[in-house]
Design a protein around this ligand. Structure first.
Ligand SMILES: [Zn+2]
Length: 436
């Protein structure tokens, strides 16, 4: 009521001064020297306790009727703006920035445009059929005739307006009239059943309210890198922190957050997407860490090795050297200094494919007998006998390169590694690719 009357008087170009004690003084302009009561100034109030010289403005008062008449005669009521609204993007920045936490970095506006968008405010006198009580109500509409909740409109400041003739040319009068008639239809009794049931609405006024809408981009900078985030919303909501700015959506992890951080290699993401390698301490994207299948630690992928025996991925610390084949394998695969493969050697005949392939490559080995073989992911483990000695041969499955050779006495348990210099003597030359 108060805001409506003050807005209406402003539209009709009257000067109103606050005169304290919830009272206002209305002064007649020079071109209209007398007011509704013939005086050149009127003291009025919206409060209950009007004195004998003060007009009490209610919906039924003569002053209110007079104000409506002045408003109707004014051509100044078509466009309005809230009396307090962000006028520059600099009013929006601070609250927007507050919404983000950027570790070791900063956030700034990377461009923002403020656009004026219209809402239609229709004001009615709504009278309850049962009680006969009247109330002033505003209703707000989008350009397509949709309703905007009073709560949102009030948060946007659309209930405390001042006339804005600068928007006179922003919309043709005919378009405004059309909008008003659509809104009045939508506002007819029976349409808004919950609100207007049993109430008769009398149209009092309509004005186009121009509100600033912001459309821009934020730039987050950490170190040498930066990322951008588009945002949009009513400038007043953004400036007052009433609309939560959008979270940054990390394209690397898909996670959303208002907390940004950089990985150790400088990639910007959200804090929730970062994890530290449990061995190196290096901070990377959590999705880039792999699990050691023995310790369960989350670590950088290049710190994991595949055990050739169990074929599980594990940290070096979870591995040990097999006393026989000298391969590094999972500690859990070793028993009595022998890995699972070395403990599982089984007899094989010379004509069987895997052994035949090795003997074909190293013909001199053919003099050994009683061959046994085991296989890991990467090597063949071969054992053979002669009259007095035993031979242990570790051969790369793919290349057939010799990786390790050892000998033992016929019945001894200790394998003595053979110096690679002795390979030609003991193993002979590779038939195709020369001396090993
Ligand atoms: Zn072994």
């Amino acid at each position: 009521m108060r805001q409506f009357v003050l807005w209406a008087l402003a539209c009709a170009r009257f000067q109103v001064d606050e005169s304290g004690g919830d009272c206002f003084t209305l002064r007649a302009p020079e071109d209209r020297p007398s007011l509704f009561n013939g005086a050149s100034s009127v003291r009025f109030t919206f409060g209950e306790h009007a004195g004998p010289t003060t007009e009490h403005v209610t919906l039924d008062s003569r002053m209110f009727q007079w104000v409506l008449k002045q408003l109707g005669e004014s051509d100044n009521q078509r466009h309005s703006v809230p009396n307090d609204y962000p006028q520059s993007i600099h009013e929006i920045g601070p609250k927007l920035f507050e919404a983000y936490k950027v570790d070791s970095g900063s956030v700034q506006l990377a461009g923002c445009a403020l656009e004026d968008r219209p809402l239609l405010r229709v004001t009615v006198r709504s009278t309850e059929a049962s009680s006969g009580e009247s109330r002033l109500r505003h209703r707000f509409f989008t350009p397509d005739g949709g309703r905007v909740s009073n709560e949102l409109a009030e948060t946007l400041g659309a209930d405390e307006l001042v006339p804005a003739i600068q928007f006179r040319r922003s919309l043709a009068d005919a378009d405004v009239q059309q909008w008003i008639s659509v809104a009045r239809t939508a506002n007819a009794p029976g349409v808004e059943s919950a609100e207007s049931s049993g109430a008769a609405d009398e149209f009092l006024a309509a004005t186009v309210v121009w509100l600033k809408y912001a459309d821009g981009k934020l730039r987050f900078t950490i170190g040498e890198q930066n990322v951008e985030l588009p945002f949009a919303g009513w400038a007043r909501l953004l400036a007052r922190g009433l609309q939560e700015p959008p979270p940054y959506v990390c394209p690397l992890s898909g996670l959303r957050s208002h907390h940004l951080q950089a990985t150790d290699d400088g990639r910007i993401t959200v804090a929730e997407a970062i994890a530290a390698c449990e061995v190196s301490g290096r901070r990377v994207l959590a999705v880039e860490l792999k699990t050691c299948e023995v310790t369960g630690k989350r670590v950088l992928a290049d710190l994991l090795h595949t055990c050739p025996v169990t074929e599980r991925r594990m940290l070096e610390t979870a591995m040990a050297e097999c006393g026989m084949c000298k391969q590094r394998v999972s500690e859990s695969a070793i028993k009595h200094d022998r890995c699972v493969a070395c403990r599982g050697l089984t007899p094989i005949r010379k004509e069987q494919a895997r052994l035949a392939r090795v003997l074909g490559e190293y013909p001199k080995l053919d003099r050994w007998r009683s061959w046994k073989l085991a296989e890991t992911a990467t090597v063949y483990i071969l054992e053979a006998d002669s009259l007095w000695r035993r031979l242990l041969l570790i051969v790369n499955k793919e290349t057939l390169d010799i990786q390790h050779v050892a000998t033992a006495s016929r019945f001894g348990k200790t394998w003595l590694p053979l110096d690679p210099a002795e390979y030609p003597d003991q193993i002979g030359q590779r038939s195709l690719s020369g001396v090993v």
